[in-house]
Structure formats: C-alpha cells, structure tokens
Write a protein that binds this ligand. Structure first.
Ligand code: MMA
Ligand code: CA
Length: 200
C-alpha cells in the first residue's frame, strides 16, 4: 500500500516531467507548445498517470490544463507586443506619460510595480519599451533621504546601475531616475511626465 506522501511524490514527479516536456517543443519563440495539439483546453485528455488515485490524477490534469491555457494567453500577449519577458519578470507599459507618483500608483493598481532593472538583460527589455514609445521612462529607483544614495523602492541600495556619463549629478535635488533612449540612466526631478513602464 503506497502512502499518501509517495502518491504526492509521484504526482509532483509526473507534473515536472510533463511540464518539462511542454517547454521543449518549439512554437512561437520563447513559448511552450505541443506539436499536433490544438488550442483546446483538454490538453491530453485524462491519461492516467501510473500509481495515482483518480482524484489526484484529475487534480494533476487540472493543473496541466491551467498551465497550457496560461501559455496560450501568454502567446496572445507576446504576439500582440503587449508584454516583454525576462526570466520570471514581465514588463509592460500603458503608454501613459505621468509623474513618478502617478506612474508608480498605476503599476501598483495593476498589482505590479515600476520597472526596476536588476541587470543588463532587464535593462535591455525596458529599453525596448522606451524605444517603442520613443519616450523616456521613470524607473523604480529613488534617492534615499538619509545618505543620498539611490535605492530600490523596497529601500535596498541599488546593486546594478547604468548611469549616463557624469550622472547622477542632481546632488539630492533630482530624487528620481529616468531611462534615456539608449538605456542609460539620469537622476531627474520626480514631477515630470515620463512613460509608465511596470513590471509584474
Ligand atoms: C538636465 C537634467 C539633469 C541632467 C542634465 C545633463 C540641465 O539638467 O536632465 O538631470 O543631469 O540635464 O546635462
Ligand atoms: Ca541628472
């Protein structure tokens, strides 16, 4: 008699194997797809995964079907140029030019935050949106009131930077950061109108 935990182990193993298989096949670049599968929700019917009780098998298939549906929805968003993905992060803009506080508020209203490049790859993805709209954008970085160092919005000092030559030069009068259309950064006053780019 198999214990419940070994059922769970089998279920998780089956999920991992199947999910890996889902990501292997080429389709839309960067998206998982399965040859011969249409856009239906019933991914692979209700194939019985060995050793699983029927109820757990059903749950596994529900999760797989949800993942499949999500990957198709992601396909729509990438196809329409609505999102840019870097690893686990998703960047997107609403096309609006507003001051820093309003930009942050609209990102947070959408359950995200302002785009915050943590490395070159993320900086490039955000730059892509800056170029697409041909508008400088505020980043999710602000000066600390104490030592005047630049910090992420969670208060941690920045550990990746892309300052334009001779920046930052605002001497605490420029408390926000904008991205130029070459991807470099400038400290800048927070009350200007800049493109809103969020990360999710
Ligand atoms: C502006 C302003 C600053 C920036 C300098 C660069 C004159 O001030 O955008 O933030 O550092 O230009 O010349
Ligand atoms: Ca500056």
């Amino acid at each position: 008699m198999l214990s419940y935990s070994s059922y769970m182990l089998t279920a998780v193993a089956a999920l991992l194997v199947t999910c890996n298989a889902l990501t292997k096949y080429p389709g839309i670049p960067g998206l998982p797809s399965i040859p011969g599968l249409s856009g239906r929700d019933d991914l692979q019917g209700q194939t019985h995964l060995s050793g699983l009780p029927k109820s757990l098998n059903t749950e596994v298939h529900k999760v797989l079907n949800l993942k499949h549906r999500l990957s198709r929805l992601k396909g729509v968003l990438v196809l329409k140029g609505k999102i840019r993905e870097v690893r686990e992060k998703i960047f997107a803009s609403n096309g609006e030019k507003v001051d820093f506080a309003s930009a942050l508020a609209s990102c947070e209203d959408a359950r995200g935050t302002l785009a915050t490049p943590m490395n070159e790859e993320e900086n490039k993805a955000i730059l892509g949106i800056v170029k697409e709209y041909n508008q400088y954008a505020y980043l999710g970085i602000k000066i600390g009131e104490d030592a005047g160092q630049f910090k992420y919005l969670n208060g941690i000092p920045v550990n990746y930077t892309k300052w334009y030559q001779n920046e930052p030069n605002g001497k605490r009068t420029e408390k926000c950061v904008e991205m130029y259309n070459d991807g470099s950064w400038n400290d800048k006053k927070c009350n200007l109108r800049r493109l809103t780019i969020c990360e999710f």
